[in-house]
Write a protein that binds this ligand. Structure first.
Ligand SMILES: [Zn+2]
Length: 363
């Protein structure tokens, strides 16, 4: 009888320690993939359900939250302040790229991750110097200063970039040859097409002068394929990686009040989410977060008048709106992304995962 009790107690202890071990493990992702659908509010996400051919990848997430997106000075944020909140953890003014309200540079997640020995990557369907990706490597007081933003990339901690923006590197008014500077800083530069494999060198893949083409103009599978390539490249680092992937042109469909443009970009983004989730399924220590900087277009899926059998995609503005934005998370630490919180808490939650990693994981 005594032995039996002992066994039960021992069993409990083992179960408890296994659980606390599992919990510890759960809170420490090795890899973080942050996917940003620029301008993607809940109606945009819902469009994937009605207009996609397959079941949306959004439905594969089990932890959902909402963020409030106002910037430091404006009720309605722009992409620069929105991305700076994610990248640097602060609320700044609309137009700010990695700087605070006093225009001082603020350390970004790429630097935090790199400091922990992780590899880092940025992918965008806009120019790589556009507001969202720029906020992850540059510190400039205005999003419009594209040539200045570009000068930050060669010496940044970024190991992999893919997107457009070539003209800001190879055809500059100041005569600087930033392609040369990228190479001098250890980058392999690709400008023709997405390579199928990469070397161990840092990768700068700049495939368009400015933005990448629209889906309707034959961009093809650039975004999902670049994401797969980045995951392959960044996985070479045994300390893990941080990867940001932006579906930039969901926002532009919204600005243009062009529902077809919006939906085609959204479906492409959903497909890319699938690539990230499939990777995370194989590499369980990967945290995948999907969110947006703000909603664009005041987009709705309204019934067509009194006909409740039909949806009419409608817009209420050519600009952004202040509606709360969904956050989807899956993987170790994903529970942290539940609830309602400010957009800059996305940064705090990601960095707290990285900090735990340093404390608990033996070198
Ligand atoms: Zn916008």
């Amino acid at each position: 009888m005594k032995i039996k009790i002992k066994n039960i107690l021992l069993g409990c202890c083992l179960a408890a320690s296994a659980m606390s071990y599992a919990q510890k493990e759960e809170a420490q992702p090795k890899n973080i993939i942050l996917l940003i659908g620029d301008g993607m509010g809940l109606s945009q996400v819902s469009a994937a359900q009605f207009y996609g051919e397959n079941k949306p990848n959004f439905e594969r997430f089990n932890n959902i939250g909402l963020i409030k997106t106002s910037s430091a000075h404006q009720l309605v944020t722009d992409s620069a302040a929105g991305a700076t909140a994610f990248a640097c953890g602060i609320k700044s003014y609309n137009g700010a790229i990695g700087v605070d309200v006093d225009k001082n540079p603020v350390r970004n997640i790429v630097d935090y991750a790199s400091n922990k020995g992780m590899a880092t990557g940025l992918i965008s369907t806009s120019s790589i110097v556009h507001a969202t990706p720029a906020s992850f490597f540059a510190h400039v007081d205005s999003r419009r200063k594209y040539p200045e933003i570009a000068t930050y990339l060669p010496t940044s901690e970024v190991d992999f970039v893919a997107g457009g923006g070539l003209q800001f590197f190879d055809r500059r008014e100041d005569g600087k040859d930033l392609i040369k500077t990228l190479k001098e800083n250890g980058f392999e530069v690709t400008t023709e097409k997405l390579p199928s494999i990469t070397s161990t060198k840092k990768q700068a893949i700049l495939l368009a002068d400015d933005a990448m083409p629209k889906m309707s103009e034959n961009r093809g599978d650039f975004l999902p394929e670049a994401t797969a390539l980045a995951l392959d490249h960044l996985s070479q680092n045994k300390n893990g990686f941080f990867l940001m992937v932006e579906g930039s042109q969901i926002d532009w469909g919204g600005h243009n009040n062009d529902a077809d443009y919006l939906v085609s970009e959204l479906i492409d983004f959903d497909k890319t989410i699938g690539v990230a989730l499939d990777y995370a399924k194989k590499h369980k220590n990967t945290l995948v977060i999907v969110t947006a900087d703000h909603e664009t277009g005041g987009f709705t899926l309204a019934a067509e008048g009194t006909n409740y059998h039909k949806i009419k995609m409608e817009f209420s503005t050519g600009g952004h709106s202040a509606t709360m934005i969904p956050v989807f998370a899956k993987g170790p630490g994903a529970e942290k992304f539940r609830g309602i919180y400010e957009n800059n808490d996305i940064f705090t939650k990601m960095v707290s995962s990285l900090n735990k990693k340093e404390k608990n994981q033996p070198k």
